[in-house]
Design a protein around this ligand. Structure first.
Ligand SMILES: Nc1ncnc2c1ncn2[C@@H]1O[C@H](COP(=O)(O)OP(=O)(O)OP(=O)(O)O)[C@@H](O)[C@H]1O
Ligand SMILES: [Mg+2]
Length: 225
């Protein structure tokens, strides 16, 4: 889970993550991108990526991911494996708040229920979700989902709620950085490891639009062959 206010650098980080994952395509079965607000992550158009920008599409995709997770668990049970040995399916959602504000209650509920299940059990089956949001209060992201997203990245924010729920209390933050989170420069974040709870201060490299485009072209030249 990644949170931070507008302009803090979340989408730049999201694109960096995607490019890094593409570089490791041999471990990836498929990457799914969801963005109901913008078109930035629709640019990839690779054989191992898909883009969804509407609520019905999101619901269908998450249903499919849940089925994939369950079928992987079945295979693991048959083989006696604790971890799925095949490739990763990773779903990246930019600005998850746009799902929460949608008027279709039933569809929203179905979507969040599937997300919660994927958050709870996805790791062992290598079906992962990564969520990006300006705010992580209950109007933007279901609380049950939030507690099931283990690792977190906190970018610049003046919301105490964001800070407390992503990393922890003021004293813990002060052990990591002397700068207030609301004064973080672009790209600065605190990362909390979901399993060890280790917290570290990081600076995300800036990737210009031109560089991103060149890298997408490069990936097209070998992934789409
Ligand atoms: N790591 C970085 N270093 C320097 N500048 C950055 C970095 N990341 C982003 N920027 C600059 O800040 C601008 C906003 O970044 P970005 O779109 O990633 O913010 P965001 O957190 O996704 O905002 P929003 O919530 O509005 O989508 C970018 O256009 C870029 O110019
Ligand atoms: Mg953004």
């Amino acid at each position: 889970m990644t949170c931070g206010e507008s302009g803090a650098g979340k989408s730049n980080f999201l694109n960096m993550l995607i490019l890094s994952l593409l570089h490791n395509s041999s471990y990836i079965e498929h990457l799914d991108f969801i963005d109901l607000k913008g078109v930035e992550i629709s640019r990839y158009k690779l054989n191992n990526t898909s883009f969804t920008d509407n609520l019905e599409g999101v619901n269908d995709l998450l249903q499919e991911l849940k089925n994939e997770m369950n079928s992987r668990f079945k295979q693991m049970k048959e083989k006696g494996d604790l971890i799925y040995k095949g490739k990763y399916r990773i779903c990246l959602i930019d600005e998850i708040g746009t799902i929460s504000t949608h008027h279709d209650k039933k569809l929203k509920e179905q979507i969040f229920n599937n997300l919660i299940e994927l958050g709870q059990k996805g790791r062992a089956s290598r079906v992962l979700i990564m969520v990006f949001s300006q705010k992580i209060d209950s109007t933007n992201i279901n609380t049950n989902l939030l507690t099931n997203l283990q690792s977190s990245c906190l970018y610049r924010t003046s919301s105490q709620f964001n800070i407390n729920n992503a990393i922890g209390l003021q004293e813990e933050i002060e052990e990591i950085t002397r700068t207030r989170v609301q004064d973080f420069p672009k790209g600065r974040m605190i990362f909390k490891h979901g399993l060890t709870s280790e917290k570290i201060l990081l600076q995300t490299p800036y990737l210009s639009q031109e560089l991103q485009y060149d890298m997408i072209k490069y990936f097209r030249s070998w992934i789409n062959k």
